[in-house]
Design a protein around this ligand. Sequence first.
Ligand SMILES: Cc1ncc(COP(=O)(O)O)c(C=O)c1O
Length: 381
Amino acid sequence: MPLFDVYPLYNVTPVSGKDILVYDNEGTEYLDLYGGHAVISIGHAHPNYVEAITNQVNTLGFYSNAIQNPLQKQLADKLEALSGCQGYELFLCNSGAEANENALKLASFKTGKKRVVAFSNGFHGRTSAAVAATDNKNIIAPINAQQAVTILPLNDIEGVKRELEKGDVCAVIVEFIQGVGGLDQGTTAFFEQVDALCKANNTMFIADEIQCGYGRSGKFFAFQHYNVTPDIISLAKGMGNGFPIGGILIHPDIESKHGMLGTTFGGNHLACAAGLAVLKTIEGENLIENTNIISEYFIEKAKTIPQIKNIKGRGLMLGLEFDFEVGDLRKALIYNHKIFTGGASNKKLLRILPPLTIKKEHVDQFFEALTKALVEIEASV
Ligand SMILES: Cc1ncc(COP(=O)(O)O)c(C=O)c1O
């Protein structure tokens, strides 16, 4: 049976990984500056992670949400301690889209309203309400288009005020650092005013931290670079280091009711074991501190490359903008220099999303390769 062909694929077949390196089926080593799309937070096959999942699957891999599962509470407590989000409550699910779908649903339950405000070039996943909150027409089916969504330009504070004062907006959803859109960020004044406008208009402020959260921005959550208090924070990607897990942190002002949200697999024993191993490793190996150190080093090196016209993002969620489309450069990096990088909908942007365990020597290796790859692609035109 053929696979439904929705992904354009590079011709590489990774079969194993160790920290920031992956190996293909012929034993070739690759430097992973893409982190499996910002998913690999603590490194491939981290011993803490392997041990936690192995022990758990040998004990109890799954039972339903109809019984007590103390691992969920352990995960919630550890998340509260590391994130500093005191008093929030945790709902666990399986992916980023599902986290945002539940966040939007909860905002609608809480406010009794149904319109959503989101921003140009944003991305929040592919389920019904989440996918409608994007301006990428290619991924919105007619069934999704019936959601009431208003898309505004990032930083359009007058637009946010105008829409929220109409009284029917249940949620404003934002990525504090845009992912696939190309690493744009709102201004401090914009984010802080959106927060205030949400509070004044009974609208839930949803921070989509699926890509920029879990230490990647240099703080536990990217919204923590600003003075804002989101009502709901959505998580996935780095939370499980590859094990499928997502979640939302819910402000205590939003009351739970039995049956209001639910999932079969969300918060299962294996997922919690993976999630706990990730948090313990982020803490034990000071990975947020490492993120800031390596980010600064990376940015300094990037500034010395004349072809790089702009450096975007924060922490280890960085974008290098060139004045040409980077498709060939990415191919040269992967096939000639054995380095994975990411792309964006901004075709001139090379995205850097490595495991947070990355060291300076890997950054040096990348810039040596980049310099050579730039010569190669210039010679080929
Ligand atoms: C900011 C953001 N939100 C939501 C999602 C959707 O997550 P998932 O693919 O796990 O459904 C993504 C995935 O790339 C993302 O980057």
